[in-house]
Design a protein around this ligand. Structure first.
Ligand SMILES: [Zn+2]
Length: 379
């Protein structure tokens, strides 16, 4: 290693806390609930260009901004533009404890504006320090992440040159590396019974509500095992108090880090539905849609090693993290670009208690800077 000149800041130490914070607050001020990413997209494209990137936008609004490197190699840095739910007019409140929250009436949107802010601060530092050595960086900012990874699912990765990447979009302690994520399946189950007047001729009816209730009561739900969870989240059906309902629709999901266990769980849920339908003279349509696929990155794989080295260079401990949810990284991995996901400092994302500590936001940005500027590791 080349000795650092006396007094010279290591690249990660150059992160400008106040500027990063101002960038974050500026992004939070731009409304971007899922499906309404036009404004934030415009702001980001402009910033990316000002900071030296060429940008392209695909037909659904995903932005790819490319900064040419000063050395060989290309990496992907992934973020998403949309915020969960429908909240607009978000007002961040700075606490004396160094934590940013809202008044509790909306989410904060640190998911994923803290990731986006880290990218913009990185770009400013790279612009200010043209002597730093760094690879070409493809910043991918997706739309629709919160609605089932729509953007990354749709993205044509044939346009990307990255050999591996980093997804700035998780909660978890600083220093964690999400190397293993589950497969997620959405379920839509429709029970068809027979409608009848409940007061006049109930004998002629088959209650889809009763069938659905029997099915739900007999299927394994909740935490199934260490790798697997399942839930029925919504129940819709029926028309009126005095009509035996002929249709009920259930929406649910199942996730597992283990494909065999997931297949077993889905089979158990399907069987419970079919048995309940058969026993009552009803029918059922059971539709399972894979939303994203599991990935597992080995500790000796390049994205893991680069993230780990960067984290250690900041004096932090590396903690391998197995996540319960997915990120755009699931699609990049599935499409052949191995990625790990990293924390941005966000806590309680998707809830009105969402918050972020400025110190953690700085650490997340420093981790990114360290990843990009560290000495090249062997493949
Ligand atoms: Zn997110």
């Amino acid at each position: 290693m080349t000795p650092t000149a006396p007094g010279a800041l290591r690249p990660a130490g150059a992160v400008d806390r106040d500027r990063l914070l101002a960038t974050f607050l500026g992004l939070v001020a731009v409304d971007s609930p899922t499906g309404h990413e036009e404004s934030i997209g415009r702001v980001l494209e402009e910033r990316y260009r000002e900071l030296g990137c060429t940008t392209t936008k695909d037909d659904i609004g995903n932005i790819v901004a490319v900064l040419p490197g000063t050395r060989a190699g290309t990496i992907l840095v992934s973020t998403h533009m949309d915020t969960a739910g429908t909240d607009r007019g978000i007002v961040p409140i700075m606490g004396d404890d160094g934590i940013i929250r809202t008044d509790g009436s909306t989410i904060l949107g640190a998911d994923d504006k803290s990731g986006l802010a880290a990218c913009l601060e990185l770009l400013r530092l790279l612009k200010e320090n043209p002597d730093w050595s760094f690879p070409t960086i493809e910043f991918v900012s997706t739309v629709g992440e919160e609605r089932g990874l729509v953007g990354s699912r749709h993205l044509d990765v044939g346009r990307l040159a990255a050999t591996h990447g980093f997804v700035l979009d998780t909660a978890g302690v600083m220093g964690s590396v999400t190397y293993w994520s589950p497969t997620s399946v959405y379920l839509t189950v429709t029970f068809h019974g027979r409608k009848a007047h409940a007061g006049v001729e109930p004998e002629k009816g088959v209650s889809a509500v009763r069938v659905a209730a029997q099915a739900i009561a007999s299927m394994p739900l909740g935490r199934i095992d260490e790798e697997t969870v399942a839930n029925i989240g919504t129940v819709h059906g029926g028309e009126a108090r005095n009509i035996i309902p002929d249709t009920v629709v259930l929406e649910g999901m199942a996730r597992s880090h283990d494909q065999d266990k997931l297949d077993g769980q889905l089979a158990a849920m399907r069987t419970a539905c079919e048995h309940a339908a058969d026993a009552n003279g009803a029918t059922v349509d059971f539709v399972a849609e894979e939303i994203y696929q599991t990935y597992r990155i080995a500790e000796d794989a390049l994205p893991y090693r680069e993230a780990a080295a960067a984290i250690r260079s900041l004096g932090l401990e590396v903690s391998p993290r197995k996540s319960g949810g997915g990120t755009d990284g699931n699609y990049f991995n599935a499409k052949g670009i191995p990625c790990v996901a990293l924390p941005t400092g966000m806590v309680d994302e998707h809830a009105t208690s969402e918050h972020i500590a400025i110190d953690d936001m700085v650490l997340a940005c420093q981790t990114l800077v360290a990843i990009v500027t560290q000495p090249v590791q062997e493949e």
